[in-house]
Design a protein around this ligand. Sequence first.
Ligand SMILES: Nc1nc2c(ncn2[C@@H]2O[C@H](COP(=O)(O)OP(=O)(O)OP(=O)(O)O)[C@@H](O)[C@H]2O)c(=O)[nH]1
Ligand SMILES: [Mg+2]
Length: 289
Amino acid sequence: MSFSMGFYMAVQWFPGHMTKAKKDFEKNLKHNDMVIEVVDARLPKSSENPMLNQIIKNRGKPHLKLLNKSDIADESITKSWIKEFNQLKDTLSLAVSAKNKKDRISIKEACFSLVPHRGTSIKPVRAIIIGIPNVGKSSLINLITQRKIAKTGDVPAVTQMQQRIIVDEEFILTDTPGLMWPKIEDETQGNYLAASNIIGIKAYDDTEAALYLLDYLKVHYKNLLIKRYQISAEECEQPSEVLIELIAIKKHLVVKGGQSDLKKTSVMILQDYRHQKIGLVSLEKPEKD
Ligand SMILES: Nc1nc2c(ncn2[C@@H]2O[C@H](COP(=O)(O)OP(=O)(O)OP(=O)(O)O)[C@@H](O)[C@H]2O)c(=O)[nH]1
Ligand SMILES: [Mg+2]
């Protein structure tokens, strides 16, 4: 994307506690029988952590991949992702929601099926939950244990330390802090992560993230955008830099002198996406689709 407005900021976020969290994870992996990787169902590829997946691969541990927040993603796209991920060797993939009580049983059953030699009081299944920030790792722990045992919150990096949780005598879970990797190579990916509230607020530019979001939505969810912002089909086809100005005007978000308030408009668009005001949308489709 080229920006006529002349700003550009690479999205990078690897706060200090994550270096320790990575070391702790590597150390603790050997004491676990399997890994539960949590990604965001709205962007299952971009919310994978390549650094973590490399570690899991090297250790050859059974791998359950949960596409969480499926309640707020585009259902048919989530289905295609699950199909694609389940073709991968050594990975079992499920679409889940920490808000859906029924998923508690399916997650537990999937874990037990991956580690058939364990699952007794003498040899409990020990699973470590990993993933990038704010994808719902701690919420899933609370779902599985049916207790508010892990702290959760809608900002990235709520969990800062590992926590070992005994679900019952046959099942032990470890919650871990959300982990990024040192360099996000792809600008689109960085901005999708930022739009999805996975990146610390100081590490990205709201307007840039909103423009990337509009770029995608106007192609794949044109009707939802038209409805939300009362714009015409022709307006929706304008470049995102123009479209965002039109949305600002529609929403009366102007600064002194009558110019559109880009910052406010960007934050509004990001919040609308985060709170499903635009609709249930996914930002990535499997390549084959
Ligand atoms: N709609 C929806 N929201 C969810 C789901 N799971 C988690 N959330 C929300 O997402 C936010 C983050 O959840 P957490 O469980 O704290 O995420 P985390 O992965 O533990 O985050 P860190 O500890 O920061 O790495 C909270 O506001 C949750 O209520 C889900 O399946 N659906
Ligand atoms: Mg957490």
